[in-house]
Design a protein. Structure first.
Length: 196
């Protein structure tokens, strides 16, 4: 085989291998995944809180430029670092965590080249489902991660919702109804050989 034909065969082998590569599934690492939110307080200051309990998965196929996201958030885990605010946020006036214990988000990854740049999804909060697009600001993978010795991918994303759209229409003047979302997320690649 000539050198030219050898190079051509090698390139075709790489392309074929990439085309046949299976999508990778990642389980979210709850110790490194924290959706957070912020909103102005009467135009005076900015309140910031985060949810401490999140689970879910991401399926990623970088070769095909496709993927999906499925997230569940425990609403009672909201934490503003302020007991009175936490109690108010969990009440029926706002998140109503007794009646609606979870918030769910499902979406499809949007790619810019080989890197996911956004998620087009649906957010279900207090039994109401609305579209929510998240912009992915950064995305990176470590293979292997230096500590857990598995492939780990992580991202930072932003979005925005109007809480009045989800039935939380009290005290929404002065911009207080707009929640700016910031999501830090890391996922650990599943081992397909591991026993379930």
């Amino acid at each position: 085989m000539s050198f030219r034909n050898w190079i051509l065969a090698a390139v075709l082998s790489v392309i074929a291998g990439g085309a046949g590569a299976a999508p990778e599934k990642y389980t979210l690492d709850p110790s490194h995944t924290y959706p957070s939110l912020e909103f102005p307080h009467m135009g005076l200051s900015m309140w910031r809180g985060k949810f401490n309990q999140t689970s879910g998965s991401v399926t990623l196929d970088q070769a095909a430029h496709t993927g999906k996201v499925e997230i569940e958030v425990i609403m009672s885990s909201i934490d503003f670092g302020h007991d009175e605010m936490n109690e108010h946020a969990r009440s029926a006036d706002w998140l109503d965590v007794e009646k609606f214990p979870t918030m769910n988000y499902k979406g499809k990854l949007i790619f810019d080249g080989d890197i996911p740049s956004a998620v087009d999804g649906q957010l279900t909060l207090k039994g109401i489902t609305k579209p929510l697009r998240l912009k992915i600001n950064t995305f990176n993978c470590l293979d292997p991660h230096p500590y857990i010795k598995k492939k780990v991918c992580g991202a930072d994303a932003d979005g925005e919702v109007n809480r009045a759209d989800f039935g939380m229409d009290k005290y929404t003047d002065k911009g207080m109804g707009i929640l700016k979302l910031h999501i830090q997320v890391e996922g650990i690649k599943d081992d397909p050989k591991a026993k379930k």
